[in-house]
Design a protein around this ligand. Structure first.
Ligand code: G3P
Ligand code: CA
Length: 268
């Protein structure tokens, strides 16, 4: 089993994980956002995965596609072909500026269509430098293990040589991953710090704590407690310079950010 302590970037005090890609600059979870994050130097890419009605894992945050596409409906009720017909890029466009990551020779569909996890794994495999992956399982309880099974199948197929973390707010989802693939470190996400976790303890076998930055602002002592038990700490979503500074001061292992370029510049 890979023990905690494995860092995504041993040469920097804190690793930088691009949240939904470089999602402040480009539409979240699109190839353009991930290409930009790789270009900007992010150590790893974060993505949320959901299962479509016909069993494909796609990178979409919300239960429905309404906010991030020109379509409507729940991802779980749509097939991949339905999602592929939607535009996941235009909602973000502001002003006339051309996005250099949307080069005109790219296919229109490639730029704005729904991103499958398979395509993201391919992007990482083809990247000009090593880049890790932090994959978050969404709605895992609805599918009773199918999200995790499909995810592990794809990881087995692509076998990324760079670090992979599986993250979830669901301890049950992480348990399923560990039971089938104990070598993959798991990250337990927390938007609230429940009393049973305040001493740094995590669900059995979980290697990394994933507190929101709000938790760390209120309870900075949490990081030391987690570290004392041998757990790493990845904080989200860390966009403001003062929060980056706080994370560095507390010895947080990785920050998950919408602004990889700015955070990397601050850390330099
Ligand atoms: O990386 C953790 C963070 O992404 C969890 O919150 O809602 O952005 O998926 P959410
Ligand atoms: Ca997420």
């Amino acid at each position: 089993e890979i023990r905690p302590g494995l860092r995504l970037s041993p040469d920097r005090p804190v690793s930088v994980i691009a949240h939904r890609g470089a999602s402040e600059a480009a539409p979240e979870h699109t190839l353009a956002a991930y290409r930009r994050a790789i270009d900007e130097g992010a150590d790893a890419l974060e993505c949320d995965v959901r299962l479509t009605a016909d069993g494909h894992l796609v990178c979409v945050h919300d239960r429905r596609v309404n906010r991030t596409s020109n379509g409507r409906g729940a991802v779980s009720a749509l097939e991949l072909a339905d999602l592929a017909a939607l535009d996941f890029g235009s909602w973000k466009k502001e002003g006339p500026d051309e996005d250099p990551y949307e080069s005109p020779d790219q296919e229109e569909s490639d730029r704005t269509s729904v991103l499958t996890l398979e395509r993201l794994l391919q992007l990482v495999a083809d990247a000009p430098r090593p880049v890790g992956l932090a994959i978050e399982t969404k709605h895992p309880s609805r599918w009773a293990g199918q999200v995790e099974a499909r995810l592990l199948q794809l990881l087995e197929k692509y076998r990324p040589v760079t670090p992979v973390r599986v993250m979830s707010f669901s301890a049950r989802s992480l348990h399923r991953i560990r039971a089938a693939a104990p070598h993959i470190p798991t990250v337990y996400l927390m938007s609230l710090l429940l009393p049973r976790h305040r001493d740094g303890r995590l669900p059995p076998g979980v290697a990394v704590a994933g507190p929101s930055i709000r938790i760390l602002r209120a309870r900075p002592e949490y990081v030391e407690r987690a570290h004392r038990l041998g757990n790493e700490v990845y904080a989200w979503t860390v966009n403001e310079p003062e929060d980056v500074e706080l994370c560095v001061r507390l010895g947080v292992d990785a920050v998950i950010t919408n602004r990889p370029q700015q955070v990397l510049a601050q850390l330099r």
